[in-house]
Design a protein around this ligand. Structure first.
Ligand SMILES: Cc1cn([C@H]2C[C@H](O)[C@@H](COP(=O)(O)OP(=O)(O)O[C@H]3O[C@H](C)C(=O)[C@H](O)[C@H]3O)O2)c(=O)[nH]c1=O
Length: 168
């Protein structure tokens, strides 16, 4: 039994601050749910957050059914900017840029409307989402380039690829 006992390391602090990403160029800007008489209001994007130097060209809405996995995705040109509207997702990211100081680093974090924020994923980062909620969950994704129907900037690996050391 003693062999199995593990003592907790620090996982948070007295402000429950979220750690900075360990992957170069991945940014998270936490926001707050403002409780209104009708429900909630939360800011999802502001130019003066300086998350993007390029203007936003398109926004899509993505829904995942309970337990569904959307992985793995990578863009060579497009910068994603993800904001969860409803539900909780596990997001895994893997740095696939050989020139990056964080090449082959893996990061896993939970994203939820319970603790809203905008997450920027630069080109070259493999990323995938799993819906952890018992309901359909929704995020919006802002792009700095419009989707090209005839030539999508979309590269994929299967969710169970052995190229990335992570299993959803
Ligand atoms: C992005 C896009 C897609 N489509 C069409 C193309 C396919 O027939 C269908 C689904 O596209 P895709 O498989 O790219 O969608 P998701 O798998 O939900 O991926 C999305 O979420 C993950 C996490 C990402 O990283 C992608 O950037 C984002 O595309 O919608 C369009 O018609 N317009 C668009 O702007």
């Amino acid at each position: 039994m003693q062999d199995e006992v593990k003592k907790d390391q620090q996982s948070t602090d007295s402000e429950w601050s979220l750690p900075e990403s360990i992957i170069d160029g991945v940014l998270f800007r936490e926001t707050k749910n403002i409780i209104t008489g009708n429900g909630t209001t939360s800011e999802g994007y502001r130019e003066d957050w300086n998350l993007h130097s390029d203007p936003i060209k398109q926004i899509i809405q993505v829904t995942l059914r309970p337990g569904a996995i959307s992985a793995w995705h990578m863009h060579r040109l497009q910068k994603d900017h993800v904001f969860v509207i409803l539900g909780t997702f596990k997001l895994a990211m893997y740095d696939g840029r050989p020139q990056s100081p964080t090449y082959q680093k893996l990061e896993v974090r939970n994203l939820s409307n319970l603790r809203p924020g905008a997450l920027v994923i630069p080109p070259g980062i493999w990323h995938g989402f799993k819906n952890l909620s018992h309901q359909e969950s929704i995020f919006i994704n802002y792009f700095d380039r419009a989707y090209q129907y005839s030539d999508p900037d979309e590269y994929r690996l299967p969710p169970d690829t052995t190229e990335i050391p992570f299993t959803f």
